[in-house]
Design a protein. Structure first.
Length: 94
């Protein structure tokens, strides 16, 4: 007889990384937006970073057992680009 699997709760870090688009001037930063559902589902994207990201990675905690959707924008001064294509992440157990 098999023992039932234990469900994991808590969060896991999602590490996003990207490359600079050709032609982006020096000083370009980024914003990351997340929707707490699958990309095809209705919902609102919320900005995840508190300050413009100056590097090319961002780590975001997400609840185990959920599916989340991310997109990014580039920022230069007060100007923000249109959003990037989305990426969907299923948050599985460790």
């Amino acid at each position: 007889m098999c023992a039932p699997a234990q469900a994991q709760t808590g969060t896991r870090d999602v590490v996003l990384s990207w490359t600079t688009a050709a032609g982006n001037p020096p000083g370009t930063g980024y914003n990351i937006y997340r929707k707490a559902s699958a990309c095809a589902s209705p919902g609102t994207f919320d900005k995840r970073n508190t300050a413009v990201i100056t590097g090319l990675t961002f780590t975001d905690p997400a609840t185990i057992g959920t599916t989340v959707c991310f997109r990014a924008t580039s920022v230069l001064g007060a100007q923000e680009s249109d959003p990037s294509p989305t990426v969907e992440v299923e948050i599985g157990p460790r």
